[in-house]
Design a protein around this ligand. Structure first.
Ligand SMILES: Nc1ncnc2c1ncn2[C@@H]1O[C@H](COP(=O)(O)OP(=O)(O)OP(=O)(O)O)[C@@H](O)[C@H]1O
Ligand SMILES: [Mg+2]
Length: 271
């Protein structure tokens, strides 16, 4: 086995260090509610970057700014050297950012296989005409997409549920299928919003392993929102802490754990 991490297309990736995305002085308001206030941090290539903080701290809003679901009133985002005040969701996706949601967002009536296949949509190059004919280039393209999807199904060990409608699956497996759909986009940056919420211990351990494997084997950079501090400490290279929309700490898990403002935020002392 090759010890050097490679991405899905087989190209060796460089080590952690280079900045892949930076959030610069982002502020986001909803009417009178300040969801994010002047937050800056960066995400380096190849790392697992946790975003933590109490409920309502602005974590999901931050992911929504990064992938273009929300447009911050102030600040900008630099992704792969390109600076933009506004990131459109389809451009973020085409540029290599994929995500999963805090509440599972799958097509409940569709099978595992078809749900993961939807992650390939952006990669489909041949137009509708060829698709309908299921002929020549479109056929070859579909075979290639199927191969990638089958590899992901293998990787996530969900062969046994590939034909089942996802609405019938236990919650832990639905979360895994959603991860599969995001992986089908072959993202450079994967945003995970509480991928382990509502899971039992065994499901959590499985999900932790898959996240680490995605990071190690494909070299995918990961930004992860998670409430379970044990998971955050085990998985992440660096942690950014938000509270009431502001950044209160940023550093390695050990640094953040020892930070008095973080301790206060979690114990509620400061409130
Ligand atoms: N679409 C929206 N419209 C209005 N207010 C919003 C919207 N989205 C988020 N907010 C508000 O912004 C603040 C931050 O919410 P956000 O969902 O980002 O927090 P969070 O850190 O993800 O919390 P949780 O841990 O509960 O998921 C909250 O006060 C929330 O009510
Ligand atoms: Mg949230």
């Amino acid at each position: 086995m090759n010890a050097e991490p490679i991405n899905v297309t087989g190209t060796p990736i460089r080590g952690k260090g280079e900045v892949l995305l930076s959030v610069e002085n982002i502020s986001l308001r909803f009417g009178g509610v300040k969801a994010i206030s002047d937050v800056s941090f960066d995400i380096r290539k190849g790392e697992i970057r946790a975003i933590i903080g109490p409920n309502g701290a602005g974590k999901t809003s931050m992911l929504n700014c990064i992938n273009g679901f929300y447009q911050p009133q102030e600040g900008q985002i630099v992704f792969k050297g390109e600076r933009r005040a506004k990131m459109r969701p389809h451009r973020a996706a085409a540029g290599g950012i994929a995500r999963t949601f805090q509440n599972v967002a799958l097509f409940k009536g569709m099978s595992t296989l078809d749900n993961i296949m939807t992650g390939r949509t952006l990669k489909m190059k041949k137009g509708f005409f060829w698709q309908v004919l299921r002929h020549g280039p479109a056929m070859r393209e579909e075979i290639e997409h199927r191969r990638v999807v089958e590899d992901i199904i293998d990787f996530l060990q969900i062969e046994h549920i590939r034909k089942l409608p996802v609405g019938k699956l236990p919650y832990g497996l639905q979360k895994r299928v959603e991860l599969g759909r995001a992986l089908a986009m072959e993202p450079e940056l994967l945003l995970l919003d509480e991928p382990m919420a509502g899971m039992n211990l065994e499901e959590k351990e499985d999900m932790c392993r898959f996240i680490l494997d995605v990071n190690n084997q494909f070299g995918t950079t990961i930004a992860l929102i998670e409430h379970d501090m044990g998971v955050v400490m085990d998985l992440s290279d660096r942690v950014v802490v938000l509270e009431y929309g502001r950044k209160i700490a940023d550093g390695t898990p050990d640094e953040v754990k020892a930070d008095q403002r973080v301790i206060d935020a979690y114990l509620g002392v400061a409130h």
